[in-house]
Design a protein around this ligand. Structure first.
Ligand SMILES: CC(C)(COP(=O)(O)OP(=O)(O)OC[C@H]1O[C@@H](n2cnc3c(N)ncnc32)[C@H](O)[C@@H]1OP(=O)(O)O)[C@@H](O)C(=O)NCCC(=O)NCCS
Length: 175
């Protein structure tokens, strides 16, 4: 799958073993983004890229896609299929390559794979504070709210990172 996006050709293709380091790097960038929105530098532990290895082990290489520009892997998307449920996870495009339609094309590849597997729907579970990603996914058609995950933080208030931000069912929630 090739297309010209801006000045360089973007290729969306399946994950291959030589992509390992690049994908670890993209996962680390996703963690960087979460660290910045939560202002929590230790989020994701000391080696966040290793979470990619666990994900790879969980879903297998056939459920991961990368975006390549000029021979460099700049984006990563994955599909989790468990019983009747399909989930888009992760979705990451390196900061220098955002806003060029690469994320959209990765999501399309995941949709196609989910359809080919006969899945009737696909979910995505961004953290509630990632309002930018929520708007983004909404624009790609994720406009149905399914289950909502609510929790109570058992840590003392001074160690909690949540801030007021969302309304649902007439109640205020910290995100
Ligand atoms: C969410 C993300 C994958 C989108 O990737 P992308 O390649 O920038 O997406 P696209 O180019 O397909 O679309 C970008 C949209 O955001 C807007 N945008 C423009 N510049 C942007 C930028 N620098 N960063 C993010 N979005 C930008 C564009 O207007 C576009 O909207 P449109 O489709 O209505 O025109 C990417 O921003 C990212 O990796 N974010 C951090 C990780 C993250 O939050 N992932 C989701 C967690 S579940």
């Amino acid at each position: 799958m090739n297309a010209n996006s801006g000045d360089a050709t973007v290729t969306i293709r399946g994950y291959q073993p030589p992509d390992l380091e690049a994908c670890r790097g993209l996962w680390a960038e996703l963690t960087e983004w979460h660290r910045s929105i939560y202002q929590s530098p230790s989020l994701g532990g000391p080696d966040p890229g290793r979470h990619f290895d666990r994900h790879l082990e969980r879903v297998g290489p056939r459920h991961l896609w990368v975006a390549e520009v000029g021979g460099q892997v700049v984006g990563l998307a994955g599909l989790i299929v468990e019983e009747e449920e399909a989930e888009l996870e992760p979705l990451i495009v390196s900061p220098a390559n955002r806003g060029r339609g690469i994320g959209r094309r990765l999501v399309q590849a995941v949709f196609e794979a989910a359809r080919a597997k006969g899945m009737g729907q696909i979910s995505v579970r961004p953290v509630a504070r990632n309002d930018r990603a929520i708007r983004y996914f909404h624009s790609l058609g994720f406009d149905v709210l399914g289950r909502v995950e609510m929790f109570t933080d058992l840590a003392p208030p001074e160690r909690q990172i949540w801030k007021p931000g969302e309304q649902l069912a007439g109640r205020g929630f910290r995100v």
